[in-house]
Design a protein around this ligand. Structure first.
Ligand SMILES: [Fe+2]
Ligand SMILES: [Fe+2]
Length: 284
């Protein structure tokens, strides 16, 4: 089974934290997430995790015992920001601002209209999460949201890339298809953007240039650590990923006793070093 047939869509977004309880409460109280699982395991030291969901958007908050210093060193990463769909955009922004959320430096005045993304443009405002992660509220002007109001789960995950075509080709190996494009004019020059989709989950691949491209080279895993994709069979994916030429950063498949029967997983690296967890939830 090819990797593209094995992958069944998005699993979770992994965010490291030095304050698990505080972060989980933040997502629950300010954005309406629901905690549905928590566990402490031994994985290179003591690891506490909490899983939270907002419709189809699942966040894995990870608190690693000795990772305090590593946490402080982290900046914005290759996985730059994640975006939540906001049909009634102004209301959603007002509500999160009433909860005390502050604009991120990337949108210092709040809401921005990106008129050259998608057929009719996109409205977005970036806020700062409890671990300095960038959270965008996003309204796609081409989408008919019907009567839906309030935060709707996944809009997209933004990845800053150094070679858009190489990244599109890489994500095609994982079963993504290109569904849209656009551009953004910045002081650095024009940033070309491609959207790729896998079972309704979209990545916004942003081609960096100029100073932003130089800065990208210094980025690693940042405040957003990894994105997890679900597979039917992790053993087969582990073999197929190598065969397809993916950079697999684990020598062996790993297992953790999460959920009823455990998970089996491994990490691969995208073209710019972004971390992608390939994850099978075991069911026997
Ligand atoms: Fe994860
Ligand atoms: Fe975005």
């Amino acid at each position: 089974m090819k990797l593209s047939e094995n992958i069944t869509g998005v699993g979770h977004l992994g965010i490291p934290t030095a304050d698990l309880a505080g972060s989980a409460a933040w997502y629950e109280q300010k954005l309406g997430f629901r905690k549905f699982y928590e566990k402490t395991v031994w994985n290179d030291g003591k690891l506490n995790v909490v899983f939270l969901e907002l419709k189809d958007l699942v966040i894995e908050l990870c608190e690693q015992a000795q990772a305090g210093r590593d946490m402080q060193m982290r900046g914005d990463g290759i996985l730059d920001h994640f975006a939540i769909d906001a049909p009634d955009f102004e209301n959603c922004c007002r509500r999160v601002e009433d909860q005390g959320l502050k604009y991120h430096a990337s949108t210092p005045k709040g809401a921005v209209l990106y008129e050259n993304i998608g057929p009719k443009g996109v409205r977005g405002a970036n806020y700062v999460g409890p671990n300095q992660e960038v959270i965008e509220l996003c309204h796609n002007c081409s989408v008919n949201y019907g009567y839906r109001t309030g935060l709707q789960g996944w809009s997209h995950l933004a990845v800053k890339v150094s070679d858009l075509q190489a990244s599109v080709s890489f994500y095609e190996i994982l079963g993504f298809t290109k569904v849209g494009e656009g551009y953004l004019d910045t002081p650095d020059g024009r940033l070309y953007i491609g959207f790729v989709d896998n079972h309704g989950f979209q990545l916004e691949l942003i081609q960096m240039t100029g100073a932003g491209l130089q800065e990208l080279k210094s980025r690693g895993a940042g405040h957003i650590d990894h994105i997890a994709l679900n597979v039917k069979d992790a053993k087969e994916a582990f073999y197929e990923a190598r065969k397809a030429g993916c950079r697999v950063s684990d020598l062996v498949l790993k297992e953790l006793p999460f959920f009823e029967h455990g998970i089996r997983y491994f990490m691969i690296l995208g073209p710019d070093g972004e971390k992608i967890e390939i994850n099978q939830r075991l069911s026997w």
